[in-house]
Design a protein around this ligand. Structure first.
Ligand SMILES: O=C(O)CCC(=O)C(=O)O
Length: 275
């Protein structure tokens, strides 16, 4: 038994490359967080779209609260140990009847982080299921990194539209989450998601990755947050937490981090786009 995860959940993560569902917030708490996020989207249109979907936790207290939630971090500690950094976050929002999809991929392919021991927490702020385009995982696929084909597909919401060929969708498992639950997946597991066919937005707040401090960025130095424990390695520039929403000095930090992320994610790519 870990601090949050059961022995069976920890074993499932190591066997399958993911574990789900994990209860973090009540539905009422998740609705409060969603309401605060949507108020920010209404107040600052365009501040969280395109490339600005990245690292909004550096500017919004409701998202910062999720990243540092003690119950969530306990689950992370059960999988990667007591010294924990967070590299960043992505708002994966699919609007109602949004054709956007995510092709089969492994997160570690283009992140530049070595070794691949980071884990992603995918927190649902709305219902995430087959109808709304939940994540699908290929159990046990968290081995070697496969070749990815960069499609830059128009409806593909990954940076490069990168895709692993030859995945058998019949092997896939859907991760159904209610608002306030999360899944955790390995940086190496092959996963995807389909378009949102439902009448509601599908809101995934993705903390990616939590990692132990010996992980290094091999493409370009950038920032991370110390979440728990110590960082004896100094592989990242440690950044603080927002005290108020959208403070100009915090916006400048996020802007710089997002520019560096684009350099990393598009390193060696034939083209760039606005993610
Ligand atoms: O939210 C999605 O549909 C995909 C997210 C994803 O690929 C990830 O969290 O690594």
């Amino acid at each position: 038994m870990g601090k949050k995860l059961t022995t069976a959940q920890i074993e499932a993560f190591h066997r399958d490359g993911f574990v789900s569902p994990i209860d973090i917030f009540s539905e009422e708490e998740a609705l409060r967080l969603r309401t605060e996020l949507e108020a920010a989207e209404a107040k600052w249109p365009e501040a969280f779209e395109g490339a600005a979907r990245n690292n909004a936790h550096l500017n919004l207290k409701c998202l910062d609260e999720i990243v540092h939630n003690p119950t969530l971090v306990d689950a992370v500690e059960d999988l990667i140990g007591p010294d924990i950094l967070n590299y960043g976050t992505v708002l994966f929002i699919k609007e109602a009847h949004d054709p956007g999809f995510v092709s089969w991929h492994q997160d570690a392919r283009y992140m530049g982080l070595e070794p691949h021991v980071g884990i992603t927490a995918w927190v649902a702020l709305s219902h995430s299921n087959d109808d709304s385009g939940c994540m699908q995982m290929i159990p046990g696929s968290h081995g070697e990194i496969k070749a990815h084909n960069d499609t830059f597909g128009e409806q593909n919401i990954l940076t490069r539209g990168q895709e692993v060929q030859g995945v058998d969708p019949a092997q896939a498992v859907s991760l159904t989450l209610r608002p306030g639950q999360m899944s955790i997946h390995s940086a190496r597991v092959i996963h995807s998601s389909q378009p949102n066919c439902s009448n509601d937005r599908r809101i995934g707040f993705v903390i990616q990755p939590y990692m132990p401090p010996h992980v290094a960025q091999t493409i370009k130095r950038t920032a991370a947050q110390l979440i728990r424990g110590n960082d004896p390695f100094g592989n990242f520039d440690l950044v603080g937490r927002p005290k108020v929403d959208m403070a100009p000095e915090d916006l400048a930090i996020r802007d710089q981090v997002n520019k560096t992320w684009a350099d990393i994610l598009y390193d060696g790519a034939k083209q760039r786009r606005n993610y």
